[in-house]
Each structure stands twice: as structure tokens, then as C-alpha cells.
Design a protein around this ligand. Structure first.
Ligand code: FES
Length: 288
């Protein structure tokens, strides 16, 4: 489904936020007030963030025995996370299938999920087990009702949920975090990147519009045509960079990555210098 167009007010807020993100840390400013007060900005957050991201809702250790549960919201959607009879973690909609009453509140333990409104009741797997008076309804088949499941994963003892069936697993998204908890690794990595930036940027600055980023592992030089630049560089110098337009999303017809390439500095210092030399030769040859 096509995303609704942003209003001028929301677009201005997004642009102000983006401009803020590009400031160096020393010149950081507060977020614009509209971020906290605009209903349209809230809708944008719910649609673009809460519908797609993994959200941490608590510790797995809080759910120790079958029936232990905790409730949360993903955007406006109430959910419940619990241990089922087999001690498996389950997450599901916390909204009754009858007339949309919220089923459970806060935290606690239940043997069955019983709706406070008309007492429809569900197993810890979300299957509808009882629906008072519905046996008078011809053709009603309670076996065909179940609370919609929500994706739930445990990562390092934390519980994560998402409404997005296609979101990459949490452990994939957060794979680098254990390395960042290693202070010696962080210090060494910072030293290495300072060295790479200090060496590579002056080499490239002679031929490309490139700056040391305020905080990142990549360089984002401006080029005339990011896709052509990338193809040509690989064909002539066997150096791989990525077109910025492949990495960013077009929003309202504008792709912020267009006209930039992403240069990764993950390789060793020596390899980065070698690659920078090749990029320099390529860019020099292209310049009029
Ligand atoms: S709303 Fe839940 S049983 Fe009626």
C-alpha cells in the first residue's frame, strides 16, 4: 500500500531533524518541539518505526513459570508476552476477538486468558477455548479463532517484539553489540579509525568532495552520478564502493543518498591506503 504523502509541516520537522543529525556532536541542538506535539509526526513514527522495528519490552527472567505474562503496546497495538505450558515464549495480540476489549493488564500469572467483558477465554497459545452463549450461534466454530501471534525473540535475556513479519532477527541486527561491550576493543577500534580517516581523507580530498564524518565508519564523498562512479571504479580499479542511492530510501521523490558513494574503511590501514590511491587515480582520470 502506498504511503500517505507527508504534510508540509511534518516534512519540515523531518528535514529539521535530519539537519540536526548532520551537526557535529559539539554543535548538537534539541529536537524541534513539533516532534513531541504533532499528531501527524506521531502517525509517521508509528507507521515507519513502530510497525517495523524490534522493541524491547522487558526481561525474560520476569516470566519464570507457565502463565507468567507481561503486557505492552507496540504503537497503538496492545500485546501480551507470556510463557506457555511448555515454557516457550509467546507473544500475541492482547485484544479480544469478540468486541475488542483489552484482555490482560500489567503483569501477572494466568492459567487461561479470560476476557473481562463477556468471558471469552483463550489458552496460553492464544486458541479460543470458550465463548459463552456462542453455542446458540449456528455455524460458530470456536476452533477457527486464535489471537494473532506477534513475533517475539529473546536476546541476551531481553524480550523483543515486532509487528513486522520480515524484520531480520534481533540477534542479526544486534550482532555487533557484544564487541562494543569490550572496552579495549572499542578503544583500539577508535584509534584505528582515527588513523584511517587521518590518512585516507587527505588523499581523497584532492580529487573528491569528502569530509571526516562526525561519527561513522564510512566516508560519503559527493560524485556526479553515484551508480556510474561505482561501476566505473570497479571496472577500472577493482575497488568496491556502494552507490548512496542504493542505500537510502527515496522519500517524496528525493533520495538523500543520490550523488554520494559510501566508502567503507573496514579493511586494514594498509588496504585502505591502497584502495584510496586507486580511487584517487580513478577520480583524477574522470575529472575534466
Ligand atoms: S469483548 Fe471479549 S468477550 Fe466480549
Amino acid at each position: 500500500m502506498a504511503k500517505p504523502a507527508r504534510t508540509i509541516e511534518v516534512q519540515a520537522l523531518v528535514e529539521e531533524l535530519q539537519a540536526g543529525c548532520e551537526r557535529s556532536f559539539g554543535h548538537a541542538r534539541s529536537m524541534p518541539p513539533g516532534v513531541y506535539t504533532s499528531p501527524e509526526f506521531l502517525s509517521l513514527e508509528e507507521r515507519d518505526i513502530f510497525q517495523h522495528e524490534w522493541l524491547c519490552v522487558g526481561r525474560a527472567s520476569a516470566l519464570k513459570t507457565p502463565g507468567d505474562y507481561l503486557t505492552a503496546h507496540i504503537g497503538a497495538q496492545p500485546i501480551v508476552v507470556l510463557r506457555d505450558e511448555q515454557m516457550q515464549l509467546k507473544a500475541m495480540s492482547n485484544v479480544c476477538l469478540h468486541r475488542m476489549s483489552v484482555l490482560l493488564e500489567g503483569r501477572g500469572n494466568v492459567r487461561r486468558i479470560i476476557c473481562p467483558y463477556h468471558a471469552w477465554n483463550y489458552s496460553l497459545d492464544g486458541e479460543l477455548r470458550g465463548a459463552p452463549l456462542m453455542d446458540r450461534q449456528e455455524g460458530f466454530c470456536k476452533e477457527s479463532y486464535r489471537l494473532p501471534a506477534v513475533r517475539c525473540e529473546e536476546w541476551q535475556g531481553w524480550l523483543y517484539v515486532t509487528l513486522d513479519a520480515n524484520a531480520p532477527p534481533v540477534h542479526t541486527q544486534l550482532a555487533s553489540i557484544p564487541a562494543w561491550q569490550d572496552e579495549a576493543h572499542v578503544e583500539e577500534n577508535r584509534r584505528l579509525y582515527r588513523q584511517k580517516f587521518a590518512t585516507v581523507v587527505p588523499m581523497l580530498r584532492e580529487v573528491l568532495d569528502v569530509e571526516v564524518p562526525a561519527g561513522a565508519f564510512y566516508l560519503w564523498p559527493r560524485v556526479t552520478d553515484d551508480e556510474r562512479f561505482t561501476r566505473g571504479l570497479y571496472a577500472e580499479q577493482h575497488v568496491t564502493v556502494l552507490p548512496g542511492s542504493y542505500l537510502a530510501r527515496a522519500v517524496d521523490g528525493h533520495n538523500p543518498g543520490q550523488g554520494r558513494v559510501r566508502i567503507s574503511l573496514v579493511a586494514s590501514v594498509e588496504d585502505c591506503i591502497e584502495a584510496a590511491g586507486r580511487i584517487r587515480r580513478y577520480a583524477l582520470r574522470r575529472s575534466p
